[in-house]
Write a new protein. Structure first.
Length: 431
């Protein structure tokens, strides 16, 4: 393939496809290269797809995209060994247009999304690995692939190759990922008849529920677990930072087994059949880990640029939004025939003005704080469970006395000053 393209996009996840689609729609000649058998064949996600950023690329996508269920309830569990403190929100407004979020299975969704790009004129090549960027006089001018005669040239190359972007690393944009900047998550898709899901999660037709689980789900380590409802399957997964996993000598599949057999979780899965087992890394370094995202003839988007807000489990939306912003910078660069770093930095500026970097900056110290102070997960979660158990057990103790006992339960064990210090530190990390 000796012809030159306006844009080459490496990767056909949400970031790459959002970028390829937007560039092709504006008339640019776009090549998208994906290593998998088809887009989505290798991709993993807990499953929450955000309406807002998807709709900004394909209006009213819910009328045709392969979605599972609109999410009408989000629950949060602070789980101990045999109990859980829960809170959340259920709103029927989320079950109607324009909806809020949806559960999806990535294989059909990514395939559908990439096909929308093809319909705009994107040339999509699957089963092809980009092995390196071709650089000439400090400018990226194309990519080398694992095909015979596999060099292909373009004005701009967009790296949307996911969390461990070897291509961005080769260009010197980022160093080796650190163990505390990346989480390893194992998940399973469990088939369960629709009626059972509806009964167990208190749902009706075309209503979905998500549960985020903290505390004993990770055996008290920094990390989370999730349980999401699909049409006739459940997605269950659990992960912690690699550093926590190494420190606590955890194995991802052991943790997933522990979660599936937990007395709070097992009844929801009972009778289900395991359909798929997956594991993947999530970039969780946040604000401090965002690398250089624009160079001469090259842009980095999505997970490759570490754009994940782990606290709110937002990644696919940041991938799509960054892909669209990159495309807009490329369209402008094409108009001006200027693909220099200064010109493409328009993308960086848009990114830093957007919710993406603002949100990552808000939580810039959170991961570090919770990783270095494990008491939030392994002390306070059990203490909250004990407090709630005490408060709601009717045993003839006057309520005022109960309140006193609960406060004493927190401060007596750790000391008032330490509890105040922990509260202040946590507030500062997420404020
Ligand atoms: C277990 C888990 C649960 C998650 N849950 C959620 C959630 O509920 N909601 C949410 O919004 N986000 C979630 N995320 C994060 C979300 O999945 C990512 O943020 C999102 O997929 C990033 O999209 P991307 O396009 O940047 O990268 P990816 O989706 O990883 O896509 C990268 C693509 O590039 C291809 N590729 C890589 N290298 C090459 C190469 N050299 N040549 C050619 N192709 C290549 C890959 O095959 C892949 O198709 C979760 C992630 C995990 C792992």
């Amino acid at each position: 393939m000796s012809e030159k393209f306006d844009v080459i996009v490496v990767g056909a996840g949400p970031a790459g496809t959002a970028c390829a689609y937007t560039c092709a729609k504006s008339g640019l000649k776009v090549l998208q290269i994906e290593r998998g058998e088809y887009p989505g064949s290798k991709n993993v996600m807990g499953g929450v797809l955000y309406r807002k950023q998807t709709e900004e690329i394909i209006p009213e996508f819910w009328k045709e995209a392969p979605l599972e269920r609109p999410i009408i309830e989000q629950r949060f569990w602070m789980m101990d060994k045999e109990s859980t403190v829960t809170f959340g929100y259920k709103g029927l407004e989320w079950g109607k247009e324009p909806y809020n979020n949806f559960t999806v299975l990535r294989a059909p969704f990514d395939r559908w999304f990439a096909q929308k790009g093809v319909e705009q004129g994107v040339l999509l090549i699957n089963e092809t690995v980009v092995t390196e960027c071709i650089v000439e006089n400090g400018k990226v001018i194309g990519v080398r692939t694992d095909r015979p005669d596999g060099d292909i040239f373009a004005d701009v190359v967009v790296l949307a190759d996911g969390v461990n972007s070897l291509l961005a690393k080769d260009l010197g944009f980022h160093k080796e990922l650190k163990a505390d900047e990346v989480a390893l998550t194992a998940m399973e898709v469990i088939n369960l008849p629709k009626d059972k899901i509806n009964d167990r999660f208190n749902l009706e037709e075309n209503q979905g529920c998500t549960i985020e689980i903290f505390g004993d789900s990770t055996k008290g380590n920094l990390g989370t677990a999730f349980l999401y409802t699909n049409k006739d399957s459940l997605n269950i997964g659990v992960g912690t930072t690699l550093s926590s996993m190494i420190k606590a000598k955890l194995k991802p599949y052991d943790l997933l087994d522990y979660l599936k057999n937990h007395p709070m979780v097992a009844p929801l899965l009972a009778g289900g059949e395991s359909a798929e087992y997956l594991a993947h890394l999530i970039p969780e370094g946040g604000f401090h880990a965002v690398p250089k995202v624009a160079g001469s003839g090259v842009l980095v988007i999505g997970d490759a640029a570490q754009l994940v807000n782990a606290i709110h489990r937002e990644g696919s939306n940041m991938a799509m939004a960054s892909g669209k912003m990159a495309a807009e910078a490329i369209i402008k660069a094409n108009e001006n025939e200027d693909y220099s770093e200064a010109s493409l930095n328009r993308y960086r500026e848009a990114l830093y003005e957007s919710f993406i970097i603002k949100d990552l900056e808000k939580y810039k110290d959170a991961a570090h704080t919770f990783e270095h102070h494990p008491q939030y997960f392994n002390d306070y979660v059990p203490m909250m469970n004990q407090a709630m158990s005490k408060f709601f057990t009717v045993d003839g103790t006057p309520k005022k006395e109960k309140q006193k006992q609960i406060i004493k339960g927190f401060t007596g064990e750790k000391g008032t000053f330490n509890v105040m210090k922990d509260l202040y530190r946590a507030w500062k990390a997420v404020k």
